[in-house]
Write a protein that binds this ligand. Structure first.
Ligand SMILES: C[S@@+](CC[C@H](N)C(=O)[O-])C[C@H]1O[C@@H](n2cnc3c(N)ncnc32)[C@H](O)[C@@H]1O
Length: 373
């Protein structure tokens, strides 16, 4: 009899027992199955891994976000204690770079209490090493962190949260499922349409043609975050690849060894994600009573924070090889060409309603003023 790796065996058994699984359940099992999930079993980041994120591209990213956080603290009225929370901190690089940059602002540095929300035991171990000199508290979920004023950072976090997909069929919008056919995983659709689904769709999607796909994330996470900011004060910075306007389209994807892969093949061995719908995130946050800022493109955000000045300061003290690396990192972070993150990635701010502006996210750019240090 043919044998499969443990996670694939488990998913096949589930499908055999209960029928095809919603895409969201399949994605959840691939990423966070408690024993065999992708993030549970490995550190996938970096050149040797499967993908590279902005903090791993350059220290400039985390440094500027640290200074952005300081400007938020000022806008909050400089409370004596503030939680600096990161959701899905990967290798801990962003937090380490941010805290290092903040040494120049001791009053803020002293007010900070660091909290990391991380599901992966392997990445928690890496974070423990990266942040060995810091006092850090780890949590499984945002809701586990005690209440208090907070500045929350989330880089490439929302894209890993499971999405649902629905397909427009003759009968209506039906949930997209993962089943088995001819011994391989395939997409299929539920037989019955989702009741009253049209009412929930953004108006621009209601007229989508047959075969169109609409995907959405449950709003639990963004609503929990917005509620926390509304009730206890502070702001969040959400950075991810995605679109500013809700629309039809299939962005369910897998990445392994820096290349796109088939998300239905070898579950648990590639990073399965989907683009972030920033309009949906913003609307959910506003529905709770939080204020939103942006979104703006990552390139715009980093330029407004003065990344070019920071790059020039680093280049001035470097040999020619390092200077070349800094220049290409800058291009990758703000550029929109091949592998450029500047336009694909968007930045959304969410805050307590009393904060009228967040640095680099309003149309009247404020800067942190510290980027040249
Ligand atoms: C794509 S990585 C981004 C890492 C980091 N923010 C960076 O930019 O390098 C996603 C991160 O979210 C974590 N993660 C994934 N699903 C999670 C969940 N449900 N709850 C908490 N953390 C999760 C992963 O372990 C990882 O640290």
């Amino acid at each position: 009899m043919k044998t499969y790796p443990p996670l694939e065996t488990h998913i096949r058994e589930l499908i055999a027992a209960t029928g095809p699984l919603p895409v969201s359940r399949y994605m959840e099992l691939c990423l966070t199955h408690p024993e065999f999930g992708y993030y549970v079993t490995r550190d996938p980041l970096g050149r040797q891994g499967d993908f590279i994120t902005a903090p791993e591209v350059s220290q400039m990213f985390g440094e500027l976000i640290g200074l952005w956080a300081a400007s938020v603290w000022n806008a909050m009225g400089s409370p004596p204690k503030v939680q600096l929370i990161e959701l899905g901190p990967g290798r801990g690089t962003l937090m380490a770079d941010a805290l290092r940059a903040l040494r120049i602002l001791p009053a803020f540095r002293d007010a900070i209490e660091v909290h990391l929300v991380e599901i992966s035991p392997s990445l928690r171990a890496v974070q423990r090493d990266t942040l060995a000199n810091e006092s850090v508290q780890w949590h499984d979920r945002l809701a586990d962190i005690p209440p208090g004023p907070a500045i929350v950072l989330a880089n490439e976090y929302f894209d890993v949260l499971p999405i649902h997909q629905a397909v427009r069929t003759e009968a209506g919008w039906c949930e997209r499922l993962v089943g088995v056919d001819d011994d391989i995983f395939v997409f299929t659709t539920a037989k019955e349409p989702i009741p009253r689904f049209e009412v929930l769709l953004p108006p621009q999607v209601r007229a989508a043609p047959k075969g169109a796909i609409f995907e959405w994330r449950p709003a639990t996470e963004i609503m929990g975050l917005a509620r926390r900011l509304r009730d206890h004060g502070g702001a969040a910075l959400i950075i991810d690849y995605g679109h500013v306007r809700s629309d039809a389209g299939d962005t369910f994807q897998a990445v392994a060894k820096h290349n796109f892969a088939n998300p239905l093949k070898s579950p648990g061995t590639s990073d399965v994600t989907a683009h972030v719908d920033f309009q949906a995130l913003g609307q959910a946050a506003e529905s709770i009573g939080a204020r939103i800022h942006g979104p703006v493109e990552q390139g715009v955000f980093l330029n407004r924070l003065g990344i070019d000045t920071r790059a020039q300061a680093l280049i001035k003290n470097s040999n020619s090889q390092t200077a070349g690396e800094i220049a290409s990192a800058l291009k990758r972070l703000v550029g929109s060409g091949h592998k450029g993150m500047g336009a694909l990635f968007k930045v959304l701010g969410v805050s307590h309603p009393s904060i009228p502006e967040l640095a680099a996210l309003s149309d009247h750019p404020a800067t942190t003023g510290a980027a040249a240090s």
